[in-house]
Ligand binder design. Structure first.
Ligand code: URA
Length: 208
């Protein structure tokens, strides 16, 4: 499935600020939420519409409202949370789920420690938020958790993606479209995206 790079000037400008190591937690959080909201505008371009008639103060107008499958936003904890905060402002009726993963110290494989998802997830269009698509390990695992619960229509939204992560998600989940603001060069030996923006969770929450 394709990779959509949403490179609108507003997103590029905000991404430059996100990358800058001088940007503090408060601004970083707000920028992450704003970029996510702008990305969602493009990720949701193919939502279905139905035609309705509304009465304006002047006349009857043909208008369009969202129809089709309802939406679910699912955050990969913890950095995906702030993305959902931005997107849910655009689609307040969406249900929100959470997936928590930790890395097994021996196998290095992502292990689920928490998953709370809307019960009717199988009937919804799902937007999974994981801001840094690095090795792709956690995104691929989170996608599998969603599919095991019956989700069939999923888009992965990542602020930044590395070629390695894209390749893994495309190999393991060829049905999932990846929506990102930029594809960076590579991963370094610690698994960080280069040039990237550092550890997204630490920068959001001021931890280190
Ligand atoms: N997770 C992050 O927060 N940053 C990276 O560069 C890679 C994974």
């Amino acid at each position: 499935m394709k990779v959509t790079v949403v490179d609108h000037p507003l997103i590029q400008h905000k991404l430059a600020l996100l990358r800058d190591e001088r940007t503090g937690s408060k601004d970083f959080r707000e920028l992450m939420a704003e970029v996510s909201m702008l990305m969602a505008y493009e990720a949701m371009r193919d939502l279905e519409l139905e035609e309705i008639t509304v009465k304006t103060p002047v006349a009857y107008a043909r208008a369009y409202t969202l129809s089709g499958k309802k939406l679910a936003l699912v955050a990969v904890l913890r950095a995906g949370l702030v993305m959902v905060e931005g997107i849910v402002r655009l689609v307040p009726a969406a249900k929100v789920g959470h997936i928590g993963l930790y890395r097994d110290p021996e196998s290095l494989a992502p292990v689920e420690y928490y998953a709370k998802l809307p019960q009717d997830i199988h009937e919804r269009r799902v937007f999974l938020t994981d801001p840094m698509l690095a090795t792709g390990g956690s995104a691929a695992r989170a996608l599998q958790i969603l599919k095991d619960k019956g989700a069939t229509s999923i888009k992965l939204m990542s602020i930044l993606a590395a070629p390695e992560g894209i390749e893994r998600v495309q190999r393991e989940h060829p049905d999932v479209e990846i929506v990102t603001a930029a594809v960076d060069e590579r991963l370094n030996e610690k698994g960080y995206i280069v040039p990237g923006l550092g550890d997204a969770g630490d920068r959001i929450y001021g931890t280190k």
